[in-house]
Design a protein around this ligand. Structure first.
Ligand SMILES: O=C([O-])CC(=O)C(=O)O
Ligand SMILES: [Mg+2]
Length: 520
C-alpha cells in the first residue's frame, strides 16, 4: 500500500501539490498517512515540513484545505477554555502554538501560521512516536501587520493590526491558563513568534509551565550538536572556537547562550567568559560595546572589540573558526566570505541555518566549492548532495531542530515534568553529537541520516527522561524500564513503523486511543 501511495505522491508535479496530496491522505486515511510518513520520513518530510510548509503558510487562505488545528482568535477572548473543551480529543499531551508573526524566515503570515503548527506537530509522531491524537496544533490569531494579507479578500484570519502590549499578553495568558485548566498535563512548544515576544514569553513561562521555545532552544540544541560533531572532525575543543553569528535574533542568541552554558558546565569558564567566544552581527554591523541602544538580548554579547560594518571585515578581524547564518538573508555568505573562512581554517565550519531554502545564507555547493571541499557544513533546510567525478558523494547536513524537539518534548510528556531547564538542551546536544558515526562524519554528515531519526529520538528520550527523573523535575513513568530499553545501539534494524507501535507502550492506559490508530 505504501508503495502505491509513494508512487502517487511522486507523480505530483510540485512540492505544493505533494503537500496537498499528503494533507488529503491525512484527512481521509490517517493510518496510511502515518505509515507512509514513518516508513519514508526522509523523503516525505520536506513536503509536510520545511521547506514546503513555508509556501503553504504563505498561501494558506488560498489552499483547498480545512485546518487541522485550533484557532484562538483575539475576538474570542474570554471563551478559550470553552473552545479547548470542544476539541474532538480530550487527552492532549503536546501543543505547538504560534502567533504567526515570524514564520520561518518569511515574516508575518498571520493566520497562515497555522501551517507551521500543523507541520511541526507531525514530527512528534514521525520522529518520536507520540500518538497523533495526543497532539494539537494551535494558532493564536491576534491580527497581522502584513498589508498584503489584510488587503486579500480571501484572507481567513482577523482583519486587524496585531495586538500589542497588555492586550497581546492577555491573549497569550488566557491561552496558557485555559490549557492548564483543561489538561492536567501538557507540553507547550512556542513556535515562530517574533523576537520581541519570543524571549519575553519564554522568560515568563519557562519556570511555571512545561514549555520551550523551539526557535531559541530547539535550534540552539541542534546547532550545538552540529558544532560538537564538527569538532569531532576537526579534533579541536569548544574552548578553541570563535563563533561569528550573522544575525542576532532568537536563533542566534539562543545558540550563543547554549554555547556559553556548555563552556561553563564542561570547561570551567564563567557564563560571561563563555559568551566571549560568540560574536554577533545584526543589520547595523558588529554587536560590540561601543554600540548604543542594543536590544536586551544582544547586550550580553556586546564585547569590547572594534566595530565592523560588514561581514567580510568582521571575518578578517575576528578570525572565526565557525560562521553561523541566522539572518534570513539569502546569499549573505558571499564567495569572498567563504574563501576568507577557508584561508583562516583547515576545516571551516559554515552553517547557513536560515529557512526555508530560499533564505539560506549560502548553498551547499557554494560552501563546498569555495573551501575546496574542506567545509564542515550544516543548513536549516535541505540541500542536494554533491557527487564528485570519482563517484564519491558528499552530503550536506540538515541541522533542523526536528532532530531534537520531538524527543525532548516526548521525554517531558513521559515524565510529566514541571518545567524544562536549559541543561536539557545541552545534554541532548551532547548525546546527539556522539551518535554520528565516523563513517558519516567522513561523508560530511554531522548527524545520523534522518532515516534514523526514530532511533536517535529513542536515545534522546531516554537521556532526557532519565535526567528529568534524577533532578526531581518529573516522575518516573510506570514503564520506565521500557523507555530506557529504547536506549539501544543505533540502527538496531527495526523500522520506524515497528518502533512506533512499540513506543505506544510508553503511555499508560489513560492515553490509549480508540479509532483507526489504536491498532497500529
Ligand atoms: O521550522 C524549521 O524548519 C526550523 C524552524 O523552527 C524555523 O526556521 O523557524
Ligand atoms: Mg521555527
Amino acid at each position: 500500500m505504501t508503495t502505491m501511495l509513494l508512487q502517487q505522491l511522486r507523480a505530483r508535479a510540485t512540492p505544493l501539490d505533494k503537500y496537498l496530496f499528503l494533507r488529503d491522505l491525512q484527512r481521509d486515511a490517517e493510518d496510511q498517512f502515518y505509515q507512509l510518513l514513518l516508513r519514508h520520513t526522509e523523503e516525505i518530510l520536506p513536503y509536510v515540513y520545511t521547506p514546503t510548509v513555508g509556501e503553504a503558510c504563505q498561501r494558506y487562505s488560498h489552499l483547498p484545505i480545512s485546518t487541522r488545528g485550533l484557532y484562538l482568535r483575539a475576538t474570542e477572548a474570554g471563551s478559550f477554555l470553552d473552545k479547548l473543551r470542544a476539541w474532538p480529543q480530550q487527552i492532549i499531551r503536546v501543543v505547538v502554538v504560534t502567533d504567526g508573526e515570524r514564520i520561518l524566515g518569511l515574516g508575518d503570515l498571520g493566520a497562515g501560521g497555522m501551517g507551521i503548527s500543523e507541520g511541526k506537530i507531525l514530527l512528534y509522531t514521525a520522529a518520536a512516536g507520540v500518538h497523533p491524537h495526543l497532539c494539537m496544533p494551535v494558532c493564536l490569531d491576534v491580527g497581522t501587520n502584513n498589508q498584503q494579507l489584510l488587503a486579500d479578500p480571501a484572507y481567513k484570519g482577523l482583519r486587524q493590526k496585531r495586538l500589542t502590549g497588555q492586550a497581546y499578553d492577555d491573549v497569550v495568558d488566557e491561552f496558557v491558563r485555559a490549557l492548564q485548566q483543561w489538561q492536567p498535563y501538557v507540553l507547550v512548544q512556542f513556535e515562530d513568534f517574533a523576537n520581541h515576544n519570543a524571549f519575553r514569553l519564554l522568560e515568563r513561562y519557562r519556570e511555571q509551565l512545561c514549555c520551550f521555545n523551539d526557535d531559541i532552544q530547539g535550534t540552539a540544541c541542534i546547532t550545538l550538536a552540529g558544532l560538537l560533531s564538527a569538532l569531532r572532525a576537526t579534533g579541536t575543543s569548544l574552548l578553541q572556537q570563535r563563533f561569528l553569528f550573522y544575525g542576532a535574533g532568537e536563533a542566534g542568541t539562543g545558540i550563543g547562550e547554549l554555547i556559553a552554558l556548555a563552556l561553563q558546565e564542561r570547561h570551567g569558564l564563567t557564563r560571561e567568559q563563555g559568551r566571549e567566544h560568540c560574536f554577533f552581527m545584526d543589520s547595523q554591523g558588529l554587536v560590540c560595546a561601543s554600540r548604543n541602544n542594543l536590544q536586551h538580548h544582544k547586550l550580553p554579547f556586546a564585547h569590547d572589540v572594534p566595530f565592523q560594518r560588514d561581514l567580510i571585515s568582521a571575518v578578517r578581524h575576528l578570525r572565526p573558526t565557525a560562521l553561523i547564518g541566522v539572518s534570513t538573508i539569502h546569499g549573505a555568505f558571499s564567495a569572498d566570505v567563504i574563501q576568507e573562512m577557508a584561508q583562516l581554517n583547515d576545516r571551516p565550519i559554515i552553517f547557513p541555518l536560515s529557512n526555508p531554502t530560499s533564505m539560506a545564507e549560502c548553498t551547499f555547493k557554494e560552501a563546498f566549492r569555495g573551501t575546496a571541499g574542506r567545509v564542515l557544513f550544516a543548513s536549516g533546510s535541505p540541500f542536494q548532495p554533491i557527487t564528485l567525478r570519482r563517484g564519491v558523494v558528499h552530503y550536506p547536513t540538515q541541522s533542523n531542530n526536528a532532530y531534537v524537539f520531538p524527543a525532548i518534548g516526548h521525554a517531558a510528556v513521559l515524565t510529566a515534568c514541571s518545567h524544562i531547564p536549559e541543561e536539557v538542551f545541552l545534554l541532548a546536544a551532547e548525546a546527539l553529537a556522539h551518535m554520528t558515526t565516523l563513517e558519516e562524519l567522513d561523508q560530511g554528515l554531522l548527524f545520523p541520516r534522518f532515516t534514523h531519526v526514530f532511533d536517535v529520538s529513542a536515545e534522546l528520550v531516554a537521556v532526557v527522561a532519565q535526567y528529568m527523573v534524577q533532578q526531581g523535575l518529573g516522575k518516573q513513568p510506570a514503564d520506565f524500564e521500557s523507555v530506557l530499553a529504547a536506549e539501544q545501539p543505533l540502527r538496531a534494524g527495526r523500522t520506524a513503523w515497528e518502533a512506533y507501535g512499540r513506543s505506544k507502550m510508553f503511555y499508560g492506559p489513560d492515553d490509549s486511543t480508540s479509532g483507526p490508530l489504536a491498532k497500529l
